[in-house]
Design a protein around this ligand. Structure first.
Ligand SMILES: [Fe+2]
Ligand SMILES: [Fe+2]
Length: 165
């Protein structure tokens, strides 16, 4: 039996993950608009993964017999000043998501919900990877600076990313 507080927190996070999917899709649109197809593809893969996160939460709620509530999803931003600004925004966003999962884990512990504690562990590990992969791109863009050839090569490297769930 899953408690009311944990149910509310996981429903909130499921809806946030759907927002995250749309945020990265919006970044993909931005990268297409500046002809960085590789970065756009990278963001599309990121978006798919976020939908996968939402569906993990959906499945957990479903399996626990909780009531699932799909909320209205806020529209994401549509413009960033530069590729660096977009990836920096993505990095800050992932740090925020990490804190969100830490809070859910604290709640699950307080509620002595062992199934949710165990379930959330996957996300805690995933967030380490999420922060690291975005930070790696931020560092590369900073290194490249205004060098157009460098940005072109980075875009090509980013196109090689494949989405996992
Ligand atoms: Fe996520
Ligand atoms: Fe993420």
């Amino acid at each position: 039996m899953i408690g009311k507080k944990v149910t509310a927190a996981l429903n909130l996070q499921m809806n946030r993950e759907f927002y995250n999917a749309r945020l990265y899709l919006s970044m993909a649109v931005y990268f297409h608009s500046i002809n960085m197809e590789g970065a756009a593809g990278w963001m599309e893969s990121q978006s798919k993964e976020e939908t996968g996160h939402a569906m993990r939460l959906y499945k957990h709620l479903q399996e626990r017999g909780a009531r699932i509530l799909l909320a209205a999803v806020e529209a994401p931003p549509t413009k960033w000043d530069s590729p660096l600004a977009a990836f920096e925004a993505a990095y800050e966003h992932e740090c925020k998501v990490t804190r969100e999962f830490d809070e859910h884990l604290e709640l699950a512990r307080a509620e002595k919900d062992n199934a949710t504690i165990s379930f959330l562990q996957w996300f805690v590990n995933e967030q380490v990877e999420e922060e690291a992969s975005v930070d790696a791109v931020v560092r590369k863009i900073k290194m490249i600076g205004d060098h157009k050839g460098g940005l072109f090569m980075l875009d090509r490297a980013l196109s090689e990313r494949k989405a996992k769930d």
